[in-house]
Design a protein around this ligand. Structure first.
Ligand code: ARG
Length: 552
């Protein structure tokens, strides 16, 4: 249930207004209520001071979903009915907060380049994309996750040059895609532009030897990427290949010429987007080959037509901002109304404490290296903590923490901010980390296991009256609107921040309100609150792609 909406409807009825739900504010802390109505927005119409309006509204009787209201200066603070919230979460469980949107949305993410390494920048992209997919699905939409491999271009030639000239022997272990990525990095440093160009040209001419090497390399890279996706528990409905769109631009460009969006210019075809402040761009070169933008345009049109999409999301680094503005403008000029619902989710780079990374300079952290490092740290930590557990139990705990470590810090800062990924901090149980939230979840699990009482919603709700209990319930109620906002704004960080807050409030609660008690009615009431908190934590973690362990 979206309480914000319900509350505004109840208020509107009382004051005979048509206020939008977004006029409601969140009070600075939970003890001041769940929502606040800033009454000055009504003063003009009611010809009264906001303070008077708040006072007047306070005395009104509202539907049962509003437990009480309190006038504080020009604000009317609104407290939701606690019983209602808890009952609702208990009843709906993992469906609590699910939406009923029905759009068909394609989301493109991950996009590593074959022949190059899959580094922690790709990891951030992948983690964000997966989370947004889950959020959009949770709102009820039909989501089609796709991936796009750029399998043409200079980087392919560089890597093939490296294979031929660097004479590095093939490793015994099977991950040849990772090995290729390393060869690419070395080749970038050691080879010369002229040498790369020769191979590039030969590849375009379908030279037998290089085509064979290309196909072999592509399959190694794909296997490598697939292993990573398996690790991350991610599947795509479709993979797009750059090479399938090399010449598809012609028809589209001809249509753009007819629509007077594009024109001939010394053999090339260009589009002048100056009046939109989006520069002039080349669509096809004088030899007829397509540019990046043209391939993207034909791919976008293909996608819309084939899947009857309502909208598209592209998760791509912030350095391509202009490219996507141009793409969406061309799509609009071409006549696709969906262009208004295309969204470039631009995200900031991932830095390491040692500095920024680039696959050319070789100073990059590959996903696999990160994984090895994290598991080494986790091995030490978990062996220390749980030496009485079996090997498979320990493995499960490590994998659970790993799922949080690699995701949480990637999504917690605002998406368009650059981040510095700190490996040691990512597995910490304290501070604003993913494992901290998982830990809160395991505490809830262990409380529920300890009690012999059955969880039910037939409890005495008045017993949950301590401030820690009230604050926690108040925040739990926000889950539906938090997830709705996060999906609409494509911002998983809203969920991440929320889960941290829930974990803090839960920790306050359980340090001050012992659950297992002589007073069985009190025990039952608190258990139900623990149960609901656990439910919200696991639903929220799921939306970030993070496991919810029972113990760790
Ligand atoms: N592989 C590309 C790169 O590394 C990103 C692809 C972005 N997606 C797109 N539809 N243009 O720059």
């Amino acid at each position: 249930m979206n309480y914000k909406k319900k509350v505004i409807l109840a208020l509107n009825k009382e004051i005979k207004e048509k206020l939008d739900e977004n006029v409601l504010e969140l009070p600075p802390n939970e003890s001041l209520g769940d929502y606040a109505l800033p009454c000055f927005i009504l003063s003009k119409k009611l010809k009264k001071s906001p303070i008077e309006i708040a006072k007047k509204l306070e005395s009104k009787k509202f539907p049962s979903i509003i437990e009480k209201t309190k006038a504080v200066g020009p604000y009317l603070n609104i407290y939701l009915n606690r019983k209602h919230i808890i009952k609702e979460i208990f009843k709906e469980k993992e469906n609590y907060g699910k939406g009923n949107k029905k759009e068909k949305i394609m989301i493109e993410f991950s996009n590593p380049n074959p022949f190059k390494g899959f580094h922690i920048g790709h990891l951030r992209n992948t983690v964000l994309g997966e989370s947004i997919s889950r959020l959009l699905k949770f709102q009820g939409n039909k989501v089609i996750p796709v991936n796009y491999y750029n399998d043409t271009g200079k980087h392919v030639a560089k890597c093939l040059w490296g294979l031929e000239n660097l004479k590095v022997s093939k490793p015994e272990d099977k991950d040849l895609g990772e090995w290729l990525g390393k060869i690419y990095s070395q080749a970038s440093i050691k080879g010369k532009e002229e040498e790369f160009s020769i191979i590039h040209k030969k590849l375009e001419e379908k030279d037998k030897k290089y085509t064979k090497a290309f196909k072999q390399g592509l399959s190694w890279s794909e296997e490598h990427f697939n292993n990573i996706y398996k690790d991350l528990n991610i599947t795509f409905s479709k993979i797009y290949y750059d090479s399938d769109y090399l010449d598809t631009g012609k028809k589209i460009v001809n249509n753009l010429i007819k629509k007077k969006v594009a024109k001939l210019d010394e053999g090339a075809i260009i589009a002048d987007l100056e009046k939109y402040k989006l520069n002039t761009l080349i669509l096809t070169r004088s030899d007829g080959t397509s540019m990046y933008i043209t391939k993207d345009l034909s791919m976008a049109i293909d996608r819309i037509n084939k899947f009857k999409l309502d909208s598209s999301v592209y998760v791509v680094g912030s350095e391509q901002k202009l490219h996507f503005q141009q793409l969406f403008k061309l799509l609009e000029l071409y006549g696709y109304k969906q262009s208004k619902k295309c969204y470039h989710l631009s995200y900031g780079l991932v830095n390491l404490p040692e500095g920024s990374m680039s696959s050319r300079s070789g100073n990059i952290v590959l996903y696999k290296d990160l994984k090895r490092k994290l598991f080494k740290l986790l091995d030490e930590e978990i062996n220390k903590r749980h030496n009485n557990k079996s090997k498979s139990e320990k493995q499960k705990i490590k994998e659970d923490i790993f799922s949080a470590a690699i995701r949480f810090d990637m999504v917690l800062p605002d998406t368009n901010k650059e981040i510095t990924f700190d490996i040691k901090k990512s597995i910490c149980f304290e501070g604003d980390t993913g494992p901290y939230i998982q830990y809160a979840h395991t505490r809830a699990s262990s409380i529920l296991k300890k009690s012999k009482e059955k969880i039910s919603d037939k409890i005495n709700y008045r017993l949950l009256s301590k401030k820690e209990e009230q604050n926690l319930i108040s925040k739990l109620a926000l889950f539906p609107e938090i997830t709705k906002n996060a999906a609409e704004q494509h911002k998983p960080n809203i969920v991440a921040q929320y889960l941290l807050r829930i974990s803090h409030l839960f920790s306050d609660f359980y340090h001050n309100c012992p659950c297992i008690s002589e007073d069985k009615d009190l025990e039952k009431a608190r258990l139900l609150l623990v149960f609901c908190t656990k439910q919200i934590l696991s639903s929220g973690l799921y939306l970030l792609g993070i496991n919810s362990p029972e113990e760790m």
